[in-house]
Design a protein around this ligand. Structure first.
Ligand code: MN
Length: 442
């Protein structure tokens, strides 16, 4: 059987990257508060005692570069390159007869969202949300599949609100169905192997099947099963699947919701999802992702880091590493500098490849792009603020920008002067890197 979420969680546990939390937690705020603290340890979590519910809740399976590296069987530094390499040739999914997500099938009134431990993350959130559901839909004209992640707010045992908006593909697809006055069938799979969540968070060309990217990243075709009440297919190994439809020509209030940038998106008139069926495993796990958590940022960063790395390498620069953490609106690129001025070209290439960027800091190969303290050190000790800044005014930036503060960009050359390495070589202490502290603390 293909690797699924629980197999991945076991793998994390064997690598000491999992924290089990057995003390009772309230799914309203408390679970979220604990997760915020535990993510700093670089560990995923399974909450096995969620107040009012039988299901355990898993979160933060992507919260660090080390966890991402476990998905790709590579080192933390090589995750982006491995993602790029595996993405090159798509592998179409295959349909199988049945799978674990069909162990329990509940159709109609029997299907009940109230049994699922939806989490309320932030103080002013409108209520509990489904945040880790991957939504499968098909273009009503072409039949092409789309997979995406969209937040869904609890309304009642059979109804959720759902945010979708063109140019996001699900919004485009819903618009086509609505133009024909037809409901849009969707399936929401929750509790997925990290690869399926990752591809759902990746923006491909319209019409490209995200599940074919999942097969490429898995290096094996993704196994899908047919849904019970909608003409769609979902991963056979998902924990829980909600089947239903988006009602045409209806909008109801959704929000506020603490979003990616750590701000609340306001109440908006959004779409309504009507549940038709739930299928799940005998002992399912619920999964949640906190918006703006380290997990959320890592999840969104990877495919964008690949875009930046590809563009910067095509400019001729020798790239060592790229990081869009801790915010996906700024990037750090480390290079083996070949020419004076080259870091500005690197920044320009990065801005061209990925429009949401506001800052691009270019550092030398000896700086750890994953350690923001190290990056700040390089800026303080190597950059020339008089000559090393690339400013772009009124370019294309992050689109939701009511105050017009995200449309200009700054590239910062934080590299040492060329051919002066003897002056800028970092001091090191022989033996420090290989040191095992436990040997001395005994
Ligand atoms: Mn798509």
């Amino acid at each position: 059987m293909q690797e699924d979420l629980r197999m991945f969680v076991d793998k994390l546990e064997r690598a000491d990257l999992l924290q089990r939390i057995t003390r009772e937690v309230d799914p309203r705020f408390e679970l979220s508060a604990v997760a915020r603290a535990v993510e700093r340890l670089g560990k995923a979590m399974v909450f096995s005692n969620v107040k009012g519910y039988r299901l355990p809740v898993v979160t933060n399976v992507f919260g660090s570069r080390t966890q991402l590296a476990m998905i790709f069987g590579t080192s933390p530094e090589d995750v982006v390159r491995e993602f790029m390499k595996r993405s090159e040739v798509r592998v179409d999914p295959v349909l199988v007869d049945t799978g674990p997500c069909k162990e329990v099938v509940k159709i109609g009134e029997e299907a009940d969202i109230d049994r699922l431990p939806l989490v309320t993350h932030c103080e002013k959130d409108a209520g509990p949300y489904v945040t880790a559901g991957i939504i499968v839909a098909k273009d009503p004209e072409t039949g092409r599949r789309n997979v995406s992640i969209n937040r869904m707010m609890y309304k009642n045992a059979h109804t959720l609100a759902c945010r979708m908006m063109p140019p996001q593909h699900l919004g485009l697809i819903q618009g086509k169905a609505e133009a024909q006055d037809r409901p849009l069938e969707i399936a929401v799979a929750i509790g997925n192997h990290p690869v399926e969540t990752l591809v759902a968070a990746t923006t491909l060309a319209y019409g490209d099947d995200e599940f074919a990217l999942a097969g490429a990243l898995r290096q094996h075709p993704l196994e899908l099963v047919k849904c019970e009440t909608v003409d769609l297919e979902v991963p056979a190994t998902s924990e829980i699947v909600l089947e239903g439809e988006i009602v045409p020509n209806v909008r109801e209030p959704e929000g506020p919701f603490g979003d990616l940038m750590q701000y609340y998106v306001p109440i908006m008139e959004n779409h309504v999802f009507r549940l038709k069926a739930i299928t799940h495993r005998k002992d399912p796990m619920w999964q949640t992702i906190q918006a703006s958590s380290l997990e959320d940022v890592h999840l969104l960063a990877l495919s964008r880091e690949a875009k930046v790395m590809r563009a910067v390498e095509q400019s001729g620069a020798k790239v060592r590493a790229v990081s869009l953490v801790p915010t996906i609106m700024s990037v750090v690129v480390s290079i083996q500098k070949q020419f004076e001025g080259e870091p500005k070209n690197v920044a320009a290439a990065a801005f061209g490849a990925y429009s949401w960027l506001k800052y691009c800091v270019v550092v030398d190969h000896d700086v750890d792009v994953f350690d923001i303290n190290d990056v700040w050190w390089a800026m303080a000790t190597r950059s020339d603020v008089g000559k090393g800044l690339l400013q772009m005014e009124n370019a294309l930036g992050f689109p939701r920008d009511e105050f017009h503060i995200h449309q200009s960009k700054l590239g910062i050359d934080a590299t040492a002067p060329l051919n002066q390495w003897h002056e800028f070589e970092r001091k090191r202490i022989p033996g420090h890197e290989a040191l095992n502290l436990q040997d001395y603390l005994g």
